[in-house]
Design a protein around this ligand. Structure first.
Ligand SMILES: C[S@@+](CC[C@H](N)C(=O)[O-])C[C@H]1O[C@@H](n2cnc3c(N)ncnc32)[C@H](O)[C@@H]1O
Length: 245
């Protein structure tokens, strides 16, 4: 059994280890966010089980964990394929916990997380000398019964904020960050379906984020680095970087 990160979408961003495990898998249990190009690498002979959680078709996490334990006990070569990295908002920890409790041996194969790959695909470095010395990766998804992110405190941390699962809450996130002290003019980038043919990059200010035309799955990058695009440096930032160096 292997809990494998599938990367952000582009099959070329799969690790060699993930590709090797996929090629010899007997069963592949995958999420909705795993890219079609990666799914195409699953051998015909392998059983493919789609447990993707989609609107209107929730799959209980407990059922997925129970399925993995059952498959593990059967001794099959199982790849549990998850978008990005399994341990970055991927609930890989819960599955690892269930497997460990059931005595099923497993390994963890990290993947390239969308929290850095999506910004990179838009030419945005999440840290940059003289501009951003920290990056906070945070979920925008509100779950009943769990404490909400303290956005106003986050606004004071400095550096880059990368929000996953934040599209539907983008208005309140922007409002809270501004209430916490972030300037309305703070650059924001949204990267939808990063590293796939459907990739769309949007550039905004924090004040514009609430009304921004953006659709899931998307990564939201908030902070000075969000103004970067590939290797060209916006003139407002070149002065800042020159001073810092
Ligand atoms: C449940 S989280 C899983 C994150 C994943 N484990 C990772 O490391 O990238 C799902 C969220 O990841 C982000 N995401 C994943 N793949 C993406 C992609 N190709 N483009 C943009 N956002 C993506 C979106 O914010 C999406 O709502």
């Amino acid at each position: 059994m292997a809990l494998v990160g599938a990367g952000p979408g582009d099959p070329d961003l799969l690790t060699l280890k993930a590709a090797r495990l996929l090629a010899s898998a007997e069963v592949v249990v995958h999420d909705a966010l795993v890219g079609d190009g990666v799914l195409a690498l699953i051998p015909e002979s392998a059983e493919r089980i789609d447990v993707g959680k989609r609107p209107g078709r929730p799959t209980l996490q407990e059922m997925i964990s129970a399925l993995l334990v059952e498959l593990g006990h059967q001794g099959k070569r199982v790849v549990r394929l998850k978008g990005g990295d399994p341990f970055v908002f991927g609930r890989g920890g819960e599955e690892a916990e269930a497997l460990a409790a059931a005595g099923v041996p497993f390994e963890i194969v990290p993947g390239i997380t969308s929290s850095v790959a999506a910004p990179a695909a838009a030419g945005i470095p999440v840290t940059h000398r003289g501009v951003s010395a920290a990056v906070t990766v945070v979920t925008g998804h509100r779950r009943a019964g769990e404490p909400d992110v303290d956005w106003r405190s986050l606004a004071k941390v400095g550096g880059t904020i990368v929000v996953l699962m934040g599209v539907s809450q983008r208005a309140s996130i922007a409002g809270e960050l501004m209430a916490g002290g972030l300037a309305a003019t703070t650059p924001v980038a949204t990267i939808e379906s990063a590293t796939t043919e459907a990739q769309v990059v949007g550039r905004w200010t924090l004040a514009e984020l609430a009304a921004a035309d953006v659709h899931s799955p998307a990564v939201i990058v908030i902070g000075a680095v969000a103004a970067f695009e590939f290797t060209s440096v916006p003139s407002s930032l070149s002065a800042l970087i020159a001073t810092a160096d």
